[in-house]
Design a protein around this ligand. Structure first.
Ligand code: AFP
Length: 316
């Protein structure tokens, strides 16, 4: 626990000082602070930038927005600048991005530069998602992550981060620095809210029964279409479940294991929750390639266990 200096409330502790006083490795602190720096430029791009298409498509054949490409470039540049990166991979780029500057190569980073970017033109919250591993291998299971974070660009700009010692929230202040808001966020009790991704008509019987049981137990539907704001709601409301399940026409669901699911699963587990593909812990999945997708049920332990039970029953 970080102590506050005389005359300073605990809440004026900025990100770098918090990580330093929590004895987080210097190079890891550097990466997290470089993402914080990148977010300043991304906010400006969101607020004033070109909302149009970039005229290019990513490796999945999806049309890229100018904001996707710009956010990706901003983050790549900041991470290169850190001097501690061995390898990086972006949801917007095909393959591993080579590090072309001098580096001690201690860490590797996978990131989704602007998840939910298609929501910016309808003025909804979006986010940056980051997953960090020690060493140069990005194709390993999520349980080996040493840190994960997301930056949420909403009415406020916040960062939620874990380096394996609890989950903490920071908010951007007037001078665009992140100050501590709350430490050791914990998910408690039954799911208060649920966020169901994908077309309901393509839900399998088990998932449909799971959603119905949530409704019958008074769990409220809260879905924005943005993974980062939806997970943030589950976390900050201290209880809920997000799902983008296997669908009748896409057994792997939609979301990406490396860039979206592993970092969020790391954060949610650090908050005492769980994340599953319906059968297996997300963090135990061994990735076969960078673009791999997986179904997901993530949130309070009870809700995820219930989802797994319904999925098991549908298969028996
Ligand atoms: P975009 O980046 O294409 O906006 O997709 C956002 C996202 O990856 C994730 O943030 C959402 O949870 C999910 O897709 C929304 O998917 P549906 O639009 O199929 O519900």
């Amino acid at each position: 626990m970080v102590s506050a200096e005389r005359g300073q409330t605990k809440f004026q502790i900025n990100l770098r000082r918090y990580l330093r006083e929590s004895d987080v490795d210097r190079d890891l602190t550097r990466i997290i602070c470089e993402i914080a720096n990148a977010s300043k430029y991304i906010i400006n791009a969101i607020r004033t930038g070109d909302l149009g298409v970039a005229g290019t498509s990513n490796l999945y054949g999806e049309q890229q927005l100018a904001l996707d490409v710009l956010s990706d470039r901003i983050i790549q540049k900041r991470l290169m600048h850190s001097g501690v990166i061995a390898n990086m991979a972006s949801e917007e780029i095909d393959g591993i991005i080579p590090v072309t500057v001098p580096t001690n190569g201690r860490y590797s980073v996978a990131f989704d530069p602007l998840d939910g970017s298609s929501l910016v033109d309808v003025n909804l919250a979006v986010g940056t998602i980051v997953s960090i591993y020690e060493g140069d291998n990005l194709l390993q299971s999520g349980r080996n992550q040493v840190a994960a974070l997301y930056v949420l660009y909403g009415p406020r700009t916040t960062m939620v981060v874990s380096t394996g010692n609890g989950v903490h929230e920071f908010a951007m202040n007037l001078i665009m620095e992140f100050d501590l808001v709350q430490e050791n966020i914990k998910l408690e009790g039954p799911a208060k809210i649920y966020a169901p991704g994908g077309l309901r008509s393509k839900y399998t019987e088990g998932t449909e029964k799971f959603v119905r049981s949530l409704e019958e137990s008074g769990t409220k539907l809260r879905y924005s279409g943005g993974f980062v704001p939806d997970i943030n709601q589950v976390l900050i409301k201290r209880g809920g479940v997000f799902m983008y399940p296997h669908l009748t026409d896409s057994p792997e669901g939609k979301l990406r294991l490396l860039y979206e699911l592993n970092p969020m699963a790391f954060l949610i587990e650090q908050a005492g929750g769980a994340a599953s593909n319906g059968k297996q812990r997300i963090l135990d999945i061994d990735p076969e390639n960078l673009a791999q997708r997986a179904p997901v049920f993530i949130g309070t332990k009870e809700a995820v266990a219930l989802a797994e039970q319904f999925i098991r029953e549908e298969e028996s």
